[in-house]
Design a protein around this ligand. Structure first.
Ligand code: FES
Length: 116
């Protein structure tokens, strides 16, 4: 599901910028083609999701720009509290009503994350 969202080889972030149990918002592209992603790390593995909550299509971060992660396992949407598994993006509670985040394929290489 990544091909159209993030071109292969586009650098997204340094792995050091995505600590274990955390989530980081990054942006790719410009203008109307700009895409917002959430990068996460759980149990040493990196994941990426489209930064759009399935409840009301808001971005997941809070007003301060940070994404709330609870217990190192769940992303919590800053708008109305929908929660998603940090590693799969599956809806884990709240108003996402069973609809998970859209996964974006990435690869880790030389200490950084890239579109796959
Ligand atoms: S838009 Fe995320 S919980 Fe409502």
């Amino acid at each position: 599901m990544s091909g159209t969202l993030v071109p292969a080889g586009v650098r997204l972030a340094a792995t050091a910028d995505v600590p274990e149990g955390a989530a980081l918002v990054v942006h790719v592209g410009e203008g109307e083609g700009r895409v917002s992603l959430v990068l996460t790390r759980r149990a040493g593995a990196f994941h990426a999701f489209r930064n759009r909550c399935t409840h009301a299509d808001y971005p997941l971060q809070r007003a301060d720009g940070r994404v709330l992660v609870q217990q190192g396992r769940f992303i919590v949407c800053g708008a109305h509290g929908a929660s998603y598994a940090l590693d799969t993006g599956a809806c884990a509670g709240g108003p996402c009503n069973g609809k998970g985040l859209t996964r974006v394929a990435i690869v880790e290489r030389d200490g950084a994350l890239f579109g796959a």
